[in-house]
Design a protein around this ligand. Structure first.
Ligand SMILES: [Zn+2]
Length: 462
């Protein structure tokens, strides 16, 4: 099936060959190919129209004519042929455009192709549900992360969803998954924003290379514009089952939602999900983290990693270089009134904490998931690094009562502490999973266990 690069090549080749040609007559030999309007109007309206513009949207070809836009989709086997003189239609020729200077034939063995003709200014209904073009600047990791937040669809299948990104087909979906080292069955909802950024970059690079490869072949076209399979020489996994990956592992073929899917079990190994647990002070995020641990999930807490750092001599020396002080109390006085030093210190400590989390993750990467308690997840950009961000929430009244009873705070202090934190409303909007902690411990435990099982059950089975 032609994909975006192939369609782009067909569009550019047709532009090269039939730009400015005038349609004298159109014979529709297989009427079902014409989706809109009816086949007779299609032929009648096209008479004396001139081809003046050629473009692509997703895998659709757009032909601008004097008064109309003709939209074509090649589907499985559609091909255009340009002839400089009269040519008899063959068995699979279904539309013949007689031009002022030659003929354009549309052939289609499977007859799945579709044609629409719209008057200029009329909405192009057949394109209405398409998502962003891969090269559109508005397509970002943040956007895709949000779009897929509730989708347990395998990433490979999700990349084929034309309403998300327009133009990725089966071949390039396989190649993109390989390029970003994702198991094709990995659920789309559990991919970090940073990984989505990588997916966007990878999609653009792979498609651009394929378009470039197609571009160099345009000159070699004669009459045939069938280009299926043209760019397959650079494929790493697609159609290469039982061959060796560059890492030496045998490439596997499986079916994902009925589509042939090729991947390297080594390069695209399903590693542990990296899950962050956050929530405001007194929300119960530490209790939730403990419950993850009880459920058999490896957990690590930023606060305890940070506390450990303050016991290491070389860290204390570095802190002294940055702040001039050696104890937590003195340092906090210095940075309270000095935002530049505060930022420097934070950068230094956050880096060390992240390194520690990463090495903990490496040790546990064959587990189903690793949970990290991150108090300032959404206040920093760390939320972009995790495959799944869990927010533990609790109503303010309960939090205030908890702070008063467990931390001996006054009502006034508790309210001040609470108001100094980013509101839960803002965080709810950024979280992938929300755990409400307004009720009893046993209800909380039930809810945590359910979420843990939900996550594990959504992962690819070995
Ligand atoms: Zn490999």
């Amino acid at each position: 099936m032609p994909e975006l690069p192939e369609v782009e090549t067909v569009v550019r080749t047709l532009e090269h060959k039939i730009n400015n040609r005038i349609i004298k007559e159109v014979h529709v030999l297989w009427k079902n190919l014409i989706e809109y309007p009816d086949p007779d109007s299609f032929s009648a309206l096209l008479r004396n129209q001139q081809f003046i513009g050629f473009s692509r949207r997703g895998k659709f070809l757009l032909f601008e004519l004097t008064d109309f836009i003709m939209v074509a989709h090649l589907r499985m086997e559609g091909k255009f042929y340009v002839y400089s003189e009269h040519t008899e239609p063959v068995k699979h020729t279904h539309i013949v455009f007689i031009l002022d200077n030659g003929e354009l034939h549309y052939n289609d063995v499977r007859k799945f192709g579709r044609f629409d003709l719209y008057r200029k200014g009329e909405p192009l209904k057949c394109l209405a549900s398409l998502g962003y073009e891969p090269f559109d600047d508005r397509l970002t990791g943040a956007l895709l992360k949000k779009y897929c937040r509730r989708k347990k669809t395998p990433i490979k299948t999700q990349l084929l969803d034309q309403s998300m990104i327009a133009g990725i087909g089966n071949i390039y979906a396989n190649e993109i998954c390989f390029d970003v080292k994702l198991n094709p069955e990995h659920p789309a909802c559990f991919i970090s924003e940073n990984k989505w950024d990588e997916i966007v970059q990878s999609t653009r690079r792979i498609l651009a290379e394929a378009i470039k490869a197609g571009g160099t072949t345009i000159r070699s076209y004669t009459s045939s514009l069938g280009v299926t399979g043209l760019f397959q020489q650079n494929l790493h996994v697609h159609s290469r089952n039982d061959e060796l990956c560059q890492c030496g592992t045998v490439i596997k073929k499986i079916f994902v939602n009925g589509r042939g899917t090729y991947f390297c079990p080594h390069c695209q190994n399903q590693n542990a999900l990296m899950v962050a647990i956050t929530g405001k002070i007194g929300s119960g995020k530490s209790t939730v983290t403990e419950m993850f641990e009880e459920a058999g999930i490896p957990v690590i807490s930023c606060d305890s990693v940070n506390a450990d750092l303050w016991h290491q001599a070389e860290v204390i020396n570095e802190i002294e270089k940055i702040t001039g002080k050696r104890t937590k109390k003195e340092v906090s006085t210095v940075i309270y009134s000095d935002p530049v030093t505060k930022k420097k210190l934070e950068n230094y400590l956050h880096d060390l904490i992240w390194k520690k989390i990463e090495s903990y993750y490496q040790v546990n990467k064959n587990e189903k998931m690793v949970a990290v308690e991150v108090p300032l997840l959404f206040e920093t950009d760390w939320y972009r690094r995790f495959d799944c961000n869990i927010l533990v929430t609790c109503n303010d009244r309960t939090v205030i009562e908890r702070l008063k009873s467990t931390r001996n705070m006054s009502e006034e202090n508790a309210i001040t502490v609470l108001n100094n934190q980013l509101s839960d409303d803002a965080k709810r909007d950024m979280a992938d999973i929300i755990i409400e902690n307004d009720s009893t411990v046993s209800k909380l435990k039930e809810s945590v266990n359910r979420k843990v099982n939900d996550i594990i059950n959504s992962l690819p089975k070995d």
